[in-house]
Unconditional design. Structure first.
Length: 204
């Protein structure tokens, strides 16, 4: 359950105390984000985000895992959606998943190259997913590291885009119930996110 996943504040509380910092009363940025390493399909959140392809009909990577865990009804609903363009997002039910919904977004095929198009498209994936979450009255969402697997977006710039886009969105959409979980799968991504989050997310 979500209450078993610490927020970024809780993850860092002992450090903050040691350094003698005042903890703010809650509701700050650090209460709204978490870093979680593991399988996104087990998370009991309002929505998990799928790093899909433009057919929305499944594939390998996290997409394959999500379809396998959600069952064939997810495929049937995706089949009715007429695909999805790069950078856009579409929402379905979660079916057999513990998550209520799946937000399918299509990341750019980067193959190691990060130019303006790749950057804009990846930014749009996060923005459009968050917009759908809000439109459906949802509060908690988990993102995988979109495009960084089969689509070959370099991990460090992808993390930078994910974190900056989510941070700006949270600042522009204040709601105390918002919780965004960065669900990393690989140790390299865990290390990158941990380092960047320590700099970007601090309430004081
Ligand atoms: N939970 C969380 N993250 C995962 C999981 C999981 N169960 N499995 C893999 N990852 P990728 P892409 C991580 O390749 O680069 C598919 O075929 C993985 O380690 O899944 O956007 C689609 O149909 C990596 O960090 O997505 C598309 O054709 C991250 O998820 C294409 O792949 C994204 O890797 C999309 O490629």
């Amino acid at each position: 359950p979500l209450d078993k996943i610490p927020t970024w504040r809780e993850d860092n509380q002992s450090n903050e105390k040691e350094e003698g910092k005042e903890l703010t009363g809650g509701g700050g940025l650090t209460d709204k984000v978490s870093l979680y390493k593991g399988d996104i399909t087990v998370l009991e959140v309002d929505a998990i985000v799928n790093a899909a392809n433009s057919s929305l009909l499944g594939g390998g990577g996290v997409d394959g895992c999500i379809h396998k865990a959600a069952g064939s009804c997810l495929y049937d609903e995706c089949h009715s959606l007429n695909g999805c363009e790069t950078g856009k997002a579409k929402i379905t039910c979660g079916y057999d998943l513990p998550a209520r919904y799946v937000i399918h977004t299509v990341g750019p095929v980067a193959r190691g190259h990060v130019g303006p198009t790749e950057t804009n498209d990846l930014t749009s994936c996060y923005q459009n997913s968050l917009r759908l979450m809000k439109e459906h009255g949802l509060s908690t969402v988990a993102f995988p590291c979109i495009s960084t697997g089969i689509y070959g977006f370099p991990n460090e710039p992808a993390a930078e885009i994910a974190l900056n886009t989510v941070k700006s969105w949270i600042e522009e959409n204040p709601d105390k119930n918002t919780r965004v979980i960065f669900c990393v799968f690989l140790e390299t991504d865990f290390a990158i996110y941990k380092k960047k989050m320590a700099v970007m997310f601090q309430d004081n």
